[in-house]
Design a binder for this molecule. Structure first.
Ligand SMILES: Nc1ncnc2c1ncn2[C@@H]1O[C@H](COP(=O)(O)OP(=O)(O)OP(=O)(O)O)[C@@H](O)[C@H]1O
Ligand SMILES: [Mg+2]
Length: 251
């Protein structure tokens, strides 16, 4: 009789460390995956990505945050201001458990078209060296939309992002990419090619008018892993993100 052996590979989960988000993720992110967090301006993409690095650093998992759009010092200052009760942010930065690395995207972006791919490649290989030299296992790239400044051809952009994603997986890190959505309203959401590259995708929405604006968050996909399909409201508080997921309330 023919025997068939099936190798069972158990999915390892990495907690985001953000309680409500982990409840929606049924535990956390699949290890070594790349997850995109997309949303409109001011949705909190940079802050939620920072909190992922912070919570993991607190648990002894070193993280590296690549700031492609903002001054690295501002990233820490803004996080300390928004999360004013999280007093050990500076300490974790000083100890090297949270590393913030800036990249001069403007110079690369101003390169001639035919030099863009080379510039992008060089930047990515510098990022990969930083990751392997630091021993970080948690990575944030804020934001992937900044790469569009460097690579304007959509086919080349998608190919480059594929290769970046593959290299990050090879390095064994679990990565959060932030990305801008053109329209922060759920009803007017448009998916683009970038959204199909990553293993997971979380969207942050803003709806309503000015002072009554409501922030909500939804997990669109998480390859190979079940998750909540509920759209949950969230707030940015001095203690970090509060995500009001029904999964958390049922506990
Ligand atoms: N101290 C604070 N307390 C509460 N909320 C704050 C505080 N500081 C900032 N915020 C909120 O966080 C938002 C900015 O967060 P963040 O920088 O993460 O947004 P973003 O989605 O990355 O924006 P961008 O698209 O501009 O990069 C602000 O618009 C504000 O609503
Ligand atoms: Mg940002």
């Amino acid at each position: 009789m023919k025997q068939v052996f099936i190798r069972v590979i158990l999915l390892e989960i990495i907690k985001s460390g953000i309680e409500g988000l982990d409840a929606m993720l049924y535990g956390g992110f699949p290890k070594e995956d790349q997850v995109m967090i997309a949303g409109g301006p001011g949705a909190g993409k940079t802050l939620i990505a920072f909190e992922y690095i912070y919570r993991n650093a607190k648990q002894g998992n070193k993280g590296i945050f690549f700031a492609l759009e903002e001054d690295p010092k501002k990233i820490v200052q803004n996080a300390q201001s928004a999360f004013s009760n999280l007093k050990d942010i500076g300490d974790l930065v000083d100890k090297g458990m949270i590393m913030i690395e800036g990249k001069d995207l403007l110079t690369t972006a101003l390169n001639k078209y035919d030099e863009a791919e080379f510039g992008f490649g060089r930047m990515v290989s510098e990022m990969e060296s930083s990751i392997s030299e630091s021993g970080a296992t948690r990575v944030v790239i804020d934001s992937s939309s900044a790469f569009e400044l460097v690579i304007k051809d959509p086919v080349l952009y998608r190919r480059s992002m594929w290769s970046l994603a593959a290299n990050l997986r090879r390095l064994g890190v679990t990565t959060v990419f932030t990305s801008e959505t053109r329209n922060p309203d759920r009803k007017k959401l448009v998916f683009n090619s970038e959204h199909f590259i990553f293993d997971g995708m979380i969207l942050m929405y803003q709806s309503g008018e000015a002072e009554k604006r409501i922030h909500t968050l939804e997990i669109i996909k998480m390859r190979g892993h079940n998750h909540s399909f509920v759209t949950a409201p969230y707030e940015i508080t001095p203690d970090g993100f509060k995500i009001f997921s029904p999964e958390l309330m049922l506990r």
